[in-house]
Write a protein that binds this ligand. Structure first.
Ligand code: SIN
Length: 313
């Protein structure tokens, strides 16, 4: 038993800025719906946190098919932020999540800065929302999102506006598709962000060699899965050292070793994404596996691992 359930095993709880999580394993935006859809396929109680699919002010249909393509060691997606809209989430879904142990983090997407502010204002009164994650890094829409995540000045201004629109902790999800993600992290910090999540997907593409045309309807899509883990890990390492904010690591997390690598690089928690498509129970299996590994190694607390590889240098 872990301390999460009252036992005397390793302490899996972690502090991510203002958020205390029962364990460091969260589900990543866009890979676990709005949470409730998975209630019969996974044990939601066991998660450290759950990040919703990206929500916009109005419902979105997303991009036309084909919008998913499997690659060696990964997956390309070009969903285009299909979602039910923030109001339906708050009215119909959030009540079913309130009271569960995992922290609910609401991922927000806007076409312009006012959208983000209005989204943050809508979410703000809801006690069941633990934090907002700003999606400023979606590579699959032609307007909004990534526009805000690639320019430090614009990002800083956006975060500042959202910061003053909500008392919730603000997480900024960084794009890997820039030369120096840490510089964007610094800009988010200057704007008042509480936490950084790193990273969103890498822009890629695939070609159907029989049809002789790109697989995805949008040509480009976001690459995720094990193929990106070393790239994501390097960015988390840099961001954790160069920005004075806690980091949530994202990118190809599938095994306990992956979780440990991100923690040792400086992440205080991780988000599991693509692996959930194969097994929706991946996150809870990682919780068990992490507990067993720490127990075997005599590690008393997850928190002692955060950034430990950097301290060895
Ligand atoms: C999408 O809906 O296209 C993916 C979301 C993202 O990558 O931020």
């Amino acid at each position: 038993m872990t301390r999460e359930s009252g036992g005397s095993g390793p302490d899996l709880s972690t502090q991510v800025g203002p958020l205390e999580l029962q364990n460091p394993i969260l589900t990543a935006s866009g890979t676990f719906g709005y949470g409730l859809e998975f209630a019969e396929r996974a044990d939601l109680h066991r998660l450290g946190g759950l990040v919703t699919k990206g929500l916009s002010l109005e419902p979105l249909a997303g991009n036309p098919p084909v919008r998913i393509a499997e690659t060696r060691g990964g997956m390309l997606n070009s969903i285009g932020l299909q979602n039910i809209g923030v109001d339906r989430f708050l009215d119909d879904v959030l009540p079913g999540l309130v009271g569960l142990p995992p922290k609910v983090i609401v991922n927000l997407f806007g076409y312009d800065q006012d959208d983000y502010v209005r989204l943050a204002e809508r979410v703000d009164p809801h006690a069941g929302v633990a934090a907002v994650e700003l999606n400023v890094s979606c590579p699959n829409v032609s307007k909004g999102g990534i526009e805000f995540g690639h320019d430090p000045e614009i990002l800083c201004g956006l975060v500042r506006r959202v910061r003053s629109a909500t008392g919730k902790p603000v997480v900024v999800k960084l794009s890997p598709n820039v030369t120096e993600p840490a510089a964007l992290g610094q800009a988010a910090s200057a704007g008042g962000a509480d936490i950084l999540s790193a990273v969103n997907t890498f822009v890629g593409m695939a070609i159907d060699t029989n049809a002789r045309r790109p697989v995805l309807s949008t040509v480009r899509g976001g690459l995720s899965g094990p193929a990106i883990k070393p790239l994501a890990l390097r960015i988390v390492w840099d961001v954790a050292r160069e920005v004075d904010l806690p980091v949530i690591g994202i990118g190809g997390v599938e095994t306990v070793d992956d979780v440990l690598e991100f923690l040792l690089a400086g992440a205080s928690a991780v988000q599991v994404g693509t692996a959930l498509f194969r097994d929706p129970r991946t996150a809870e299996r990682l919780v068990d596996g992490l507990r067993d590994r720490l127990q075997t190694e005599g590690v008393a607390s997850v928190r002692s691992l955060v950034g430990a590889a950097a301290r060895q240098e």
